[in-house]
Design a protein around this ligand. Structure first.
Ligand code: CA2
Length: 153
């Protein structure tokens, strides 16, 4: 059976494509999840995509990823990236290879966005590539866990 990666999106990312197109583009969360599923499939992986506006539910998803022996996590924790020690602790506890994604370049924005707790628990962090960051994150995660693209087989 295909290994599974969890793609976790945090608060307000369900609003993608509806507001602030200059910052976040015009793609919707459904577009992001389709991109992730297609990219994962190319590497022989399954993508389990979840979104929540609640910190505790995101932590439950991370615990679930551990229980289901997920091969990796891609996470955009939204605003919780900058505040949540609890999400940081959950990611460290499960020891699943994790890549953090931000659609916008958080370092070119307000100071309060420059620090990320989730980045500290991830082996890599991508910021500013728009939704293509999710595709790049899955590519990097695949390389980390030894999954090979069908185009290279
Ligand atoms: O750039 C990113 O991906 C962020 O994680 C997005 C978060 C923000 O708090 C982080 O600093 C950077 C906010 C997500 C809000 O998404 C919206 C999308 C469209 C309309 C309104 C909100």
């Amino acid at each position: 059976m295909a290994k599974t990666i969890y793609v976790l999106n945090g608060p307000n990312l369900n609003m993608l494509g509806t507001r602030e197109p200059d910052t976040y583009g015009r793609a919707t969360l459904a577009d992001v999840e389709k991109l992730c599923t297609e990219t994962a499939t190319d590497f022989g992986l399954a993508a389990d995509c979840r979104q929540s506006n609640r910190e505790g539910e995101l932590i439950d998803f991370i615990h679930e990823a551990h229980a289901k022996q997920a091969a990796g996590i891609v996470i955009n924790a939204g605003g919780y990236s900058h505040t949540s020690i609890a999400l940081h602790d959950a990611l460290l506890a499960v020891k699943i290879p994790t890549v953090e994604v931000h659609i916008s370049n958080i370092h070119a924005r307000e100071d309060f966005r420059h620090h990320s707790f989730t980045a500290k628990a991830a082996f890599a962090s991508l910021s500013g590539f728009g939704i293509d960051g999710y595709r790049l994150a899955i590519n990097g995660l695949a390389a980390k866990i030894g999954a090979v693209s069908s185009s290279k087989k």
